[in-house]
Design a protein around this ligand. Structure first.
Ligand code: A3P
Length: 293
């Protein structure tokens, strides 16, 4: 069977997108959230799957252990805006979820989030990752995921990252938009990938206190173990091996899971150019990222 061509970037209300995330737009915008829904938001490749799995284990590992071995994480935590031929659209998967709370993931920049999530005052967990590692991870993801635009070589990819010509738009505006929202919206928890790598247990505690849940020390320990990089990489329900559009021979979904891998990719010149451009774009001094831990 002939493979469908890779999608092109389109300009969608000023944000670069691909049609797989805009084809179902009316249903996305009209999506009816419930007050106990938890929305997981990230720029792509910032740790979405990691935090999705943490939340799923926190809520359901005790009450529905069979989920863990039978349903892939991308079905347990539907991707709201996706609409690709190989699976039902994200809105449909979310509407059919029988769990309470429902865990729903999105990569939408803040201005695109369906209004019912605000009306219902849902809890939102945002995860941000430093721009350099985020760009590297996105590059490898675009190489192996045939449902993403062709990445080109690393240098041209990096230039486009700086220009914001990535699916879901500029990283800079995404992380800043959600950071600024957090100042006025108390039901938004802003986590950093680097903090999670540094001390998963500490971030797990922050998450639990935000969610108002108090698992036992033993339960927390089990979650911590289950979500370790090596365990998620081995686990077919969390490593995306069941998704047909990804070619793991090019690069696995669970690739490295490290802070600082950018150093293996950026040349000295690219790093200088990137830092200079970063200073111009990132104007909010309160939002600070770590590029090493
Ligand atoms: P790398 O490509 O740098 O390895 P997303 O889920 O948003 O697509 O993010 C994927 C990135 O998160 C990948 O980064 C992946 O390896 C990393 N990741 C996923 N689970 C992780 C875990 N348990 N610990 C550390 N990193 C993890």
């Amino acid at each position: 069977m002939e493979k469908p061509p890779r999608p092109d970037l389109i300009d969608f209300h000023g944000i670069s997108m691909i049609h797989y995330f805009t084809d179902n737009w009316e249903n996305i915008q009209n999506f009816q959230a419930r007050p106990d829904d938890i929305l997981i938001v990230t720029y792509p490749k910032a740790g979405t799957t990691w935090v999705s799995y943490i939340l799923d284990l926190l809520y359901f590992s005790q009450t529905a252990p069979e989920r863990q071995t039978s349903i892939p994480i991308y079905e347990r935590v539907p991707f709201l805006e996706i609409s690709i031929p190989v699976m039902p659209p994200g809105t449909e998967l979310a509407n059919n979820l029988s769990t309470s709370p429902r865990l729903i993931k999105t990569h939408l920049p803040i201005q695109f989030v369906p209004k019912s999530f605000w009306e219902q005052n849902c809890r939102i967990v945002y995860v941000a990752r430093n721009a350099k590692d985020n760009a590297v991870s996105y590059f490898h993801f675009d190489r192996m995921n045939m449902a993403q635009p062709e990445p080109g070589d690393w240098n041209s990819f990096l230039q486009r990252f700086m220009e914001g010509k990535m699916v879901f738009g500029p990283w800079y505006d995404h992380v800043t938009g959600w950071w600024e929202k957090k100042q006025s919206h108390s039901k938004l928890l802003y986590l950093f990938f680097e903090d999670m790598v540094e001390d998963t247990g500490r971030e797990l505690d922050r998450l639990c206190s935000f969610l108002g849940i108090s698992p036992s020390a033993e339960e927390k320990e089990k979650v911590k173990r289950g979500v370790q990089f090596d365990n998620m990489k081995k686990n077919n329900m969390t490593n995306y091996s069941t998704i047909p559009v990804m070619d793991f021979k090019i690069s696995p979904f669970m690739r490295k899971g490290k802070v600082g891998d950018w150093k293996n990719h950026f040349t000295v010149a690219q790093n200088e150019q990137f830092d200079e451009d970063y200073q111009k774009k990132m104007k909010n001094p309160t939002l600070r990222f770590r590029t090493e831990v």
